[in-house]
Ligand binder design. Structure first.
Ligand code: GUN
Length: 291
């Protein structure tokens, strides 16, 4: 039987742990605060940010939200970040990506105080993660690690294939999987759009993390029987639904669940974990300032 990895349940456990930590901080006179900054008209980004704000409220984190016109000058975003860097009630800062084309993403990420960089995207935090001394692990790969841990998936010595080489998921995921220690020690291959023999790589993979952003492009026939499949994809595809679209992963769930030993659904797999780990990083950031 294929095990369905229930991200909603594991995320609820993480949120409960975070809520306890918030109470401890509160009793020391500190209310953790997370600032989200949105400079985009993209409806998906708007939805993601409002969900993050709602999550904050649920666990007792103070949510601060700033919206900047998508066509405003980049300086407005830099000034907003400077203000948030200075504020004592703001412990974490998240600038929702992507930012508009006229704004340089790298400069934005560098502008955020690395001790408030709850995404873990500032070069100092990327460097620390690669060096095996992470301050903030990026939320999605960290959430994947938590899922693997919760379901006792053995990564030590496993052949892992990460599909996708993004700064947000693929690269940090691969870095975490190769590190010494729990939920690491995997022999990890990173595949991407120029990989010549994806099928050949997948055929030997005990663990597959699919994060390419291509709807349902991995099916069961490509997987090693018994493999653990973690589907990071959240793709909007046209569908005859009330909203006019449906959300599907990078993995064709129906066929993959016939071959896989364990699999995450979409929705209800990695998505809730990404959100929960942002809360986790925010209380960690508050702790860095106040412990
Ligand atoms: N856009 C898509 N995923 C993310 C994320 O994890 N963090 C931020 N800041 N923007 C995103």
């Amino acid at each position: 039987m294929t095990e369905i990895i229930d991200g909603s349940a594991v995320a609820a456990d993480v949120r409960a742990e975070v809520a306890e930590r918030v109470e401890t901080l509160e009793s020391a006179g500190v209310t953790p605060g997370l600032a989200t900054v949105l400079m985009s008209d993209d409806p998906a980004s708007e939805t993601y940010v409002s969900m993050k704000q709602r999550d904050c409220e649920e666990v007792g984190i103070e949510g601060i939200h700033v919206e900047i016109d998508a066509d405003a000058p980049a300086e407005e975003l830099y000034e907003t970040i400077d203000d948030l860097n200075e504020r004592d009630d703001v412990h974490g800062i998240l600038v929702q990506l992507p930012v508009p084309d006229h704004v340089d993403k790298r400069s934005v990420l560098r502008q955020i105080d690395p001790e408030k960089d709850v995404d873990g995207f500032h070069p100092e935090n990327v460097g620390r993660l690669v060096a095996g001394d992470a301050r903030f692990k990026p939320c999605t790969p960290h959430g994947v690690q938590k899922l693997l841990e919760a379901y006792d998936v053995e990564t030590e010595g496993a052949d892992a294939v990460v599909i996708g080489r993004s700064d947000i998921v693929g690269k940090p995921m691969a870095n975490l999987l190769i590190q010494k220690g729990p939920v690491g020690n995997a022999t990890t291959t990173v595949c991407h759009s120029r990989t010549e023999d994806l099928d050949g790589k997948l055929a030997d993979a005990d663990l597959v993390v699919a994060a390419a952003g291509i709807p349902e492009f991995i099916d069961g026939s490509m997987l090693k029987p018994g493999a653990t499949v973690i589907d990071v994809g959240i793709n909007r595809v046209d569908a005859d639904t009330e909203k006019g679209y449906a959300l599907v992963g990078d993995v064709d769930y129906d066929s993959a669940s016939e071959t896989a030993g364990a699999i995450t659904p979409v929705p209800g797999g990695v998505g809730p974990m990404t959100r929960a780990m942002l809360l986790y990083n925010t209380v960690k950031a508050a702790g860095i300032r106040h412990d």
